[in-house]
Write a protein that binds this ligand. Structure first.
Ligand code: SAH
Length: 511
């Protein structure tokens, strides 16, 4: 990295919640960051874009109270940047819309530190879009006012020129006004706004917790009274609110409101997360498996140097294929050495990974479990098979093939380890009952998940719906005391997601 990148502060707007609303620039800087300071309203899920070595510092509120003073944050930004680091300051929404971004940059500038500013999707526009309320409309509103609901001067009052605000004709948007709703409604009416003016309050917009209250200035306090609306909430006032029934879309997505835990590991999780977001769910990324090189390459190298002695090559996972081909390359061999070998795989993804290498797959069984693959072998007495796979795996496949008279060389091509994902955040959400579904895509995801969360959380985990990719994973989950609610007919991630969607649609119809 060039020196010009060192010792700077990058102020990034993280958007209002949905991780998809982070900009490409923002993501790019997160990937490069040495240090990240993030706030209460930032979706912590996006911290997964950082590197393993990145220092992550939470500077947001704890139970509504600032956990660290603004002065201290400014000091941290400056001192970390002076250590020649790329310091990312990650803020909810856009940093220049009631985000104190200006103040922090003033401090950074005063210290002579270089900075970059990456705007974000402000909650004003992001939350309105996810609520289905256009902020302006040629027939209804041609101005937009963005107002703070919390600029407290005197006790309980807000320092706002209510008379002027109430006289404005267009759309009014209040931020930080959740607890001040009665005051806002009352002042606007007192200074002349009609009690019939439509109003929407949207809490936790763009996330699984999005909730909207609709009414008029005259009715909204009563309508929302029993719910005691807490922050963050955006208040939108004006005729445009009436368009919501036509334009709302996010709340109609099949998995809207569902928080779904994804336990797959990093690179394989991405497509699953994208699909879940498309279906309206909020994915909670909790990778429990990480694959690394095996402790000993010896057995695999040995096999790779003597490939001509084999009649068959068996892959049971995408990782097996990946590590196998990388090892082949790194010891200066290539796929021509595989000539004449029959290639067997379990599952279409594994087969696809093999085909991507330019190698034809001879056998993919109908069901994607080892037992099914075994049925595909006939007359293999005396034949030699190579099985590159995880260091620890089920023994059924080699055992059965050996019983049929074959010679099977099991060669560790990778091993799985437990990473340290955000256990605290998950515990908090489990305890709050806000985790709806936990997905498991292999037996080891089940075991590792339970090992990471520990016994204490088991009762909370049992309250969530458990979705397993296939019967083997299901059995592991059931043996551990979990009730498995969802298992697809085909044992693929795509089918698992279809099954989750179908369950959600059924649930919605029953209500
Ligand atoms: N810089 C931020 C605003 C920070 S002030 C931005 O551009 O959005 C915090 C206020 O933003 C909250 O009190 C709330 O009014 C609003 N807000 C932020 N995220 C929100 C969300 N997901 N849903 C509703 N309101 C949100």
């Amino acid at each position: 990295m060039t020196n010009s990148n060192k010792g700077k502060v990058v102020l990034i707007g993280a958007g209002p919640g949905d991780i998809g609303l982070l900009t490409l620039n923002g993501k790019g800087w997160l990937q490069k960051a040495d240090v990240v300071l993030y706030d209460h309203l930032v979706n912590p899920d996006m911290l997964r874009f950082t590197q393993k070595s990145t220092e992550i510092i939470y500077v947001g509120k704890k139970e509504g109270v600032a956990s660290i003073e603004q002065e201290q944050i400014n000091h941290l930004l400056v001192s970390k940047a002076r250590e020649e680091k790329i310091v990312v300051r990650l803020k909810g929404g856009d940093p220049f819309v009631f985000g104190r971004g200006g103040e922090e940059i003033q401090a950074v500038h005063a210290a002579g530190i270089a900075f970059v500013i990456v705007p974000g999707v402000t909650s004003v526009t992001g939350v309105a879009a996810y609520a289905g309320i256009p902020l302006t409309h040629r027939d209804l509103s041609s101005t937009l006012s963005i107002i703070t609901g919390s600029n407290e001067k005197k006790q309980g009052d807000i320092h706002i020129d209510w008379e002027k605000i109430a006289a404005r004709s267009g759309t009014l948007v209040f931020l930080m006004g959740a607890r001040k709703l009665p005051l806002i409604a009352e002042k606007l009416m007192r200074f002349g706004k009609s009690p019939d003016t439509p109003i929407a309050v949207v809490q936790w917009g763009t996330t699984a917790r999005q909730k909207t209250w609709i009414g008029t200035l005259g009715t909204i306090v009563e309508i929302s009274a029993k719910d005691k609306i807490s922050p963050p909430a955006l208040t939108i006032i004006g005729e445009v609110v009436n368009l919501k029934p036509v334009i709302e879309w996010y709340e109609h997505l099949p998995l809207f409101g569902k928080t779904i835990v994804v336990t797959r590991k990093g690179d394989q999780a991405e497509s699953m997360i994208d699909r879940l977001r498309e279906l309206g769910a909020e994915p909670f990324f909790f990778p429990v498996i990480e694959t690394i090189a095996p402790d000993d390459w010896g057995p695999l190298d040995n096999a790779l140097n003597n490939l001509s002695q084999y009649q068959g090559l068996i892959f049971t996972s995408v990782n097996g294929v990946r590590f196998f081909s990388e090892r082949l390359k790194s010891i200066d061999q290539d796929i021509r050495e595989l000539k004449g070998l029959r290639v067997y795989t379990i599952g279409p993804k594994t087969a696809e990974a093999v085909r991507d290498l330019g190698i034809r797959v001879d056998v993919v069984p109908e069901n994607f479990v080892a037992e099914s693959l075994i049925e595909c072998f006939e007359n293999i007495k005396g034949q030699r098979f190579l099985l590159p796979r995880a260091s620890v795996a089920r023994e059924i496949l080699p055992e059965q093939l050996r019983k049929m008279g074959a010679i099977v060389d099991v060669a560790p091509a990778y091993q799985t380890i437990l990473p340290t994902p955000q256990v605290d955040e998950l515990s908090k959400r489990l305890e709050a009952g806000s985790i709806d579904i936990i997905t498991f895509t292999s037996s080891s995801t089940v075991k590792n998940f339970l090992a990471l969360t520990g016994k204490n959380l088991l009762p909370e985990i049992k309250k969530a719906k458990i979705a397993c990719i296939g019967p083997v994973t299901q059995k592991t989950a059931e043996d551990a005391g979990l009730n498995v609610a969802i298992v697809p007919e085909q044992y693929t991630v795509a089918s698992l997601l279809d099954a989750i969607e179908a369950t959600a649609r059924r649930g919605a119809n029953e209500q």
